[in-house]
Design a binder for this molecule. Sequence first.
Ligand code: AMP
Length: 207
Amino acid sequence: MSHRILLLGAPGAGKGTQSAKLAEEYGVEHVTTGDALRANKDMETEYGTPRSFMEAGELVPDPVVNEIVEAALADADGFVLDGYPRNLEQAEYLSEITDLDAVIYLDVDEEVLVDRLTGRRVCDECGANFHVDFQPPEEPGVCDECGGELIQRDDDTEETARERLDVFYENTEPVIEHFRDEGDLVEVDGEATPDEVFERIRGVLDE
Ligand code: AMP
């Protein structure tokens, strides 16, 4: 089976963590709009820079994001796509540029998401994710993987995290409904350790 995997879920559901594991396990590309945009926060576009949207917890305009995804998917044989599509227009665009083999929704309760987001720390160097309580690094502030500095993302403050969750429920839940209606969606309970969730996803993909 080829692997063109779409991972859906709210901010904090574990998409980034699970995508990284999937990319390694199945030898596919990890395509993530969030990381791509963070690396290009000050890129000039006709809508302004991504930074202002991201710091407010809002969606970056579709044309900017669609272009990033199209370029990334054109270069990828198999992929795990994370952070896109976030609204129905993006879902429509995606259906025009590729076919998917699996669509997985990581289901996590809203209050768990807030706790995960506000306690999250990411490596400034390699992007690895940690959590101050649920997945602390061996040495506070230092990445276990590469020794880089762990920082809090600008948009992981409680206020912006809640805004991002509102944007998710308003714009992205319809995308999940869309895939559910098409009969393509597989739901995975995302409230477990990263390893347990990974085993569940692997079970789905290896079926
Ligand atoms: P993430 O790392 O996936 O939580 O994304 C961080 C931020 O990047 C989001 O809050 C948005 O501002 C922006 N972003 C990421 N992916 C998209 C997308 N598909 N469409 C619009 N904005 C996005």
